[in-house]
Design a protein around this ligand. Structure first.
Ligand SMILES: Cc1ncc(COP(=O)(O)O)c(C=O)c1O
Ligand SMILES: Nc1c(O)cccc1C(=O)C[C@H](N)C(=O)O
Length: 440
């Protein structure tokens, strides 16, 4: 049995019931249970901090938003922050605001994100680029360093076939460009990517292992500490994609000696569409890694504008161009909120929401042939639950038309994203009881 990141056990309700005693075999029972769970939810009040999703002006009002793991909802504070930014630092501060605040923003906000969500000490996290570009830069830097440090022996890049397309595509392109070889892991359908699989895949030719902490389709939560240790035992570096875990799963990057990580900020970090990614590089590695995109903002002294590139100190060397200042506004508010309520409370609610989904699917939907695709054990699952049914694609289209918004993922998965700060149990009940009606 694979060991996993230890998380406190939570009381398991018998299948078909949750909370204890509720009858989840009927739609009314699911709704009643949801109401009881919402009433007892310490984070319930956080929902009011978000811009209402059911405003009629937005077309069909959204009555259940279960896609916060694709695009998080905006906080009201961000609306105000953006307004102030346009009127203030941008509108009247103008170019002076680069010196006063914006040049430092990617590092200041990176440090704060690192402290609140990533378990990263200051000086190791920076905000910038898209996840795809940040991934390209860090993976390129890591592959190059490993090959050089091993006199050309370490050329293998290990990754899994269920990783997000961007990760697979970037890895394949870099392998071609740098002469690296891809080594594929097929995740165990009953366990995700396991430490045993990683141990079997790595060796003295391995340069880097690229994995997601939470798998984007299945939600399997990888055993980050054990896998990181196994990668290090083989003398390789690990790069974790934290897109589906940042802001909702407690990360301890420093404690577990993680080398590199990337993640996006528009999911559980509520940065908004196209908000910049973050990159983490352990302090011990920074001087040994060189970004392949040597833009002026990564230069040690950008405003000397000299003839040659000289990499900046610390995380500056991983920055390329002008930071996306507007795109960082939402991240700042989400990090503030997570800091206020505590990431442990966010994670606990994610687990509980997931438990409710699993129990309600068992109780109400299994009779229609709906199955739980994601792991059933909350300690092994991120903050979404994917359910499977042959009619998923049609169901998803129908639900979207009605303002019930989950996601669809091939081949037959409805992905229910559970953003603990903005998702209510009632929203879960709305979606699942409607699926029950549609399949009934
Ligand atoms: C696991 C994972 N990695 C990478 C990405 C891609 O990020 P981006 O589109 O911001 O480059 C996403 C989501 O889009 C993702 O879920
Ligand atoms: N990044 C996205 C986008 O620009 C448009 C629509 C969806 C997305 C997503 O985030 C997809 C997401 N990463 C996923 O896990 O499926």
């Amino acid at each position: 049995m694979t060991s996993r990141t230890p998380e406190p056990a939570i009381e398991r309700a018998p299948s078909g019931t949750h909370p204890a005693g509720a009858d989840l075999t009927t739609a009314d029972g699911v709704r009643d249970a949801a109401a009881a769970l919402d009433a007892a939810d310490a984070l319930a009040g956080c929902r009011d901090l978000f811009v209402p999703a059911d405003a009629p002006a937005a077309g069909v009002p959204v009555t259940a938003y279960l896609d916060g793991n694709s695009l998080g909802r905006p906080l009201r504070a961000t609306e105000a922050r953006l307004h102030d930014l346009v009127r203030g630092a941008w509108g009247t501060g103008l170019i002076r605001s680069w010196d006063d605040q914006w040049m430092a923003l990617p590092y200041r906000l990176g440090d704060r994100l690192g402290a609140v969500c990533l378990g990263a000490a200051a000086g190791q996290t920076v905000i910038g680029d898209s996840t795809t570009v940040m991934l390209y830069k860090l993976l390129h830097a890591a592959l190059t360093r490993q090959r050089t440090a091993s006199d050309g022996r370490r050329v293998e890049l290990v990754l899994d076939r269920e990783n997000f397309p961007t990760d697979r595509y970037v890895a394949a392109t870099l392998a071609d460009a740098l002469g690296a070889e891809l080594v594929w892991i097929d995740p165990d359908p009953a366990a995700g990517v396991t430490v045993e699989q990683v141990r079997a895949a790595v060796g003295d030719r391995t340069a880097v292992v690229l994995l997601s902490h939470v798998a984007y389709k299945s939600a399997w939560l990888a055993d980050l500490p054990a896998i990181t240790a196994a990668v290090h035992d083989a003398g390789a570096l690990v790069l974790w994609d934290l897109c589906h875990s940042a802001g909702v799963v407690e990360e301890d990057l420093d404690e577990h000696d993680v080398d590199l990580a990337v993640g996006c900020s528009y999911k559980f970090l509520n940065g908004g569409p196209g908000a910049p990614a973050f990159g983490y590089v352990a302090a011990r590695l920074q001087r040994e890694l060189t970004s392949p995109i040597t833009g002026w903002m990564g230069h040690a002294e950008p405003f000397t504008m000299g003839p040659d590139y000289a990499a900046g100190h610390g995380m500056r060397r991983f920055v390329s161009g002008t930071p996306a200042v507007l795109g960082m506004a939402g991240i700042e508010d989400a990090v503030d909120l997570i800091d206020d309520v505590g990431l442990a409370a966010v994670r606990a609610k994610a687990r509980s929401l997931g438990e409710f989904v699993v129990a309600a699917v068992d109780g109400l939907l299994s009779r229609h042939g709906v199955r739980v695709v994601s792991p059933r054990d909350p300690a092994l699952r991120g903050a979404h639950v994917t359910i499977g049914h042959p009619r998923s694609r049609d169901l998803y289209r129908q639900l979207w038309g009605e303002g019930i918004v989950p996601d669809f993922r091939e081949p037959d998965g409805i992905r229910l994203g559970l953003a603990p700060l903005s998702t209510s149990y009632a929203e879960v009940a709305v979606a699942l009881t409607r699926i029950d009606e549609l399949l009934g």
